[in-house]
Structures are given as structure tokens and as C-alpha cells.
Design a binder for this molecule. Structure first.
Ligand code: FMN
Length: 313
């Protein structure tokens, strides 16, 4: 897949996920074949005012490239400025704009899915950010209740300069209980000439194949199914290439991935207690005895204890 001038070696992408897709986790997804990885969403004001949390979310390294930095903000001016700064200071291969986050604290600030109420502002943002940087600018959004409205807005974003669109095929009011509506992604694909990336409920090999066939989209983006399971990129990639199922990862390899995560977290200064606990629990998903392990991890008082519990499994 190619996004503007950026050529990717594949079309299976890791979704941006707050508190999940930090640098060590992205490196693991990359190891298993993710063609493009994204930072967690990065607040434009945080970039402009040098917030410590924001700067930490921008940590990156050469090995994970190509990297997409996802920005969230509420104004074209602020996002333009933040995009210039991240391009100069962090050298991403692509900048993505978040138009889809429905979280209350984000929408309250006029960011994320709140912007879907003002398509002209969305287009201005894409236009101004595209003018500000040399790397391709993309947009990630949810769908509207009305398919025609979705098509109108994605067309405006393409006309404003977006180099690709990621469609999370749920409305901003639907939580994960609703199944993603892949037909809308197919309609978006037909409407646009830039690449369209399908997102929502791509959880395994069959889902990946079905969404590609059903929508004719250019790429697929995997979110929740990759949490604690970066190996999913290898499984899906292998199946799409060969038609063979690799099957689930071996338990020891799954634990090895967790310890690699710890090593990378140490190397890149991401060894925070809360984050390690969360990732440890995610890496035990699907393991026999995983529930007991998670109970023990919950009660662990520091990182060493978490590591000891995982090591003793
Ligand atoms: C924990 C979590 C954090 C997320 N954070 C972001 C984010 O920072 N930016 C964004 O565009 N979407 C975010 N999302 C949405 C995902 O990128 C993706 O669109 C959504 O989970 C649907 O894909 P899936 O069905 O493969 O999970 C987040 C989702 C989860 C579960």
C-alpha cells in the first residue's frame, strides 16, 4: 500500500490506542509484521506547551519506522502548529488526525468525534495540517448514522488534501457492543481515489480476508485484537499471503513477548507500574490459568513482583 509518497511493505496496520500503543508495544507489533504503527493520540496543546505526558507519548526510535503520529485537537491553527513541531522534532513518516475519539474528556474539549459535527472545520484542519508539513496527512474517523453524510465528509477530506482515510465503521454513539458496519467502508472505498483503511472488528484471519473482499479497501487496521497479542500481525499476514492458518501462538512465546516488552520498556524508559501491570494482564489473555495469574498481578505491589509472577508461570 502507498500513502502519498510513503510506500509501505504491507497493508496491515496497528491502530492508535491510548495507553496501549507506546513505543515498546509498537516495536513488538512491527516485529510481527505491522506495516505501519501509530502513536497513541497526542494532544496538540500538549505538543505546543511541552506537556510531560505528551512528550513521553512521542518517544520513538528508528527500528519502528515507518511511524504515524496521531494528533488530536480542536482547531486548525493549533493542529497546524503542533504538526509543524512534531514533524521538526520527531520526524514521523505520516501525521494522522483523530476525528473519531468519542471519550467524554476528549469530546468536551471539542476534539476527536466532536469535530464530526463540523465537516468544514475537519476539512480546514486537514488542509492546514497538509500545508504545514511535508509528510502525508491522513484522517481517522467514525461513520455517521447516514451513509450519504459519511460519503460527503470523506470526499471533503480527500479534496482538502488527505492522503488516506481510516474508517472505524461505527458511529460515535455506538460502543463496542455494536458490530462494525463494513458495508459503509465499501461505500467509502468506491467514493474516493485515495487509499481507504478499514477498521473495526478485524480480530482474526477470516475477518481480515472478509473485510478486504467485502470492501475492496486498501489496508486493514487492527486495534483491540492486537492488545497483548502482537503476534496477530504474523498470523493474519501469513494467512493472507498463503491461505494457511498458523494457529495460536505457543504459550512460551507469548510469555517471551511479554519479557521482550519489559526489556524494551526498560530501554525506552517506559517502566511505569500501572502500564506494566496492564500489559502483563493483557499478555496472559487466552492462557490456561490466565485468570488466576491476573488476580495475582492485580495484587502485585511493584513491577518486580509483576515480573516474578509472570516468570513463575
Ligand atoms: C484502549 C483503546 C484506546 C484507543 N485509543 C485511540 C486513539 O488514541 N486514537 C484513535 O484514533 N483511536 C483510538 N482507539 C480506537 C481504535 O484505534 C480503533 O479504532 C477501535 O478500537 C476499533 O478497532 P478494533 O475493533 O480493531 O479494536 C482506541 C481503542 C481502544 C480499545
Amino acid at each position: 500500500m502507498q500513502i502519498g509518497p510513503l510506500k509501505l511493505h504491507g497493508n496491515i496496520l496497528l491502530a492508535p490506542m491510548a495507553d496501549v500503543t507506546n513505543l515498546p508495544f509498537r516495536l513488538l507489533c512491527k516485529k510481527y509484521g505491522a506495516a505501519l504503527v501509530y502513536t497513541e493520540m497526542v494532544d496538540a496543546d500538549g505538543v505546543i506547551y511541552h506537556s510531560r505526558k505528551t512528550i513521553s507519548r512521542l518517544a520513538s526510535c528508528k527500528d519502528e519506522q515507518p511511524l504515524g503520529i496521531q494528533l488530536s485537537g480542536s482547531s486548525a491553527k493549533g493542529l497546524n502548529r503542533a504538526a509543524r513541531l512534531v514533524e521538526a522534532q520527531h520526524g514521523p513518516d505520516l501525521i494522522d488526525i483523530n476525528f473519531g475519539c468519542p471519550a467524554r474528556h476528549i469530546v468536551k474539549k471539542g476534539c476527536g468525534a466532536a469535530l464530526m459535527n463540523d465537516p468544514q472545520l475537519m476539512a480546514d484542519i486537514v488542509g492546514q495540517v497538509s500545508d504545514a508539513v511535508n509528510v502525508p496527512v491522513t484522517a481517522k474517523l467514525r461513520v455517521y448514522d447516514d451513509v450519504e453524510q459519511t460519503l460527503k465528509v470523506v470526499r471533503m477530506l480527500e479534496d482538502a488534501g488527505a492522503c488516506a482515510i481510516t474508517v472505524h465503521a461505527r458511529t460515535r454513539h455506538q460502543n463496542y457492543a455494536h458490530k462494525a458496519d463494513w458495508d459503509v467502508i465499501g461505500a467509502v472505498r468506491k467514493e474516493l481515489s485515495i487509499p481507504v483503511i478499514a477498521n473495526g472488528d478485524i480480530v482474526d484471519e477470516m475477518a481480515a480476508q472478509t473485510v478486504l473482499e467485502q470492501t475492496n479497501c486498501d489496508g486493514i487496521m487492527i486495534g483491540r485484537a492486537a492488545i497483548g497479542n502482537p503476534y496477530i500481525f504474523r498470523r493474519i499476514g501469513h494467512y493472507l499471503e498463503t491461505g494457511e492458518f498458523l494457529g495460536p501462538q505457543d504459550v512460551n512465546e507469548q510469555l517471551d513477548d511479554f519479557f521482550e516488552y519489559i526489556e524494551l520498556a526498560g530501554k525506552y524508559d517506559k517502566l511505569d507500574y500501572g502500564g506494566i501491570k496492564l500489559h502483563a494482564k493483557w499478555f496472559t489473555r487466552g492462557l490456561e490459568g490466565g485468570r488466576l495469574l491476573r488476580t495475582k498481578i492485580n495484587a502485585a505491589e511493584d513491577i518486580d513482583e509483576v515480573i516474578g509472577i509472570m516468570g513463575g508461570f
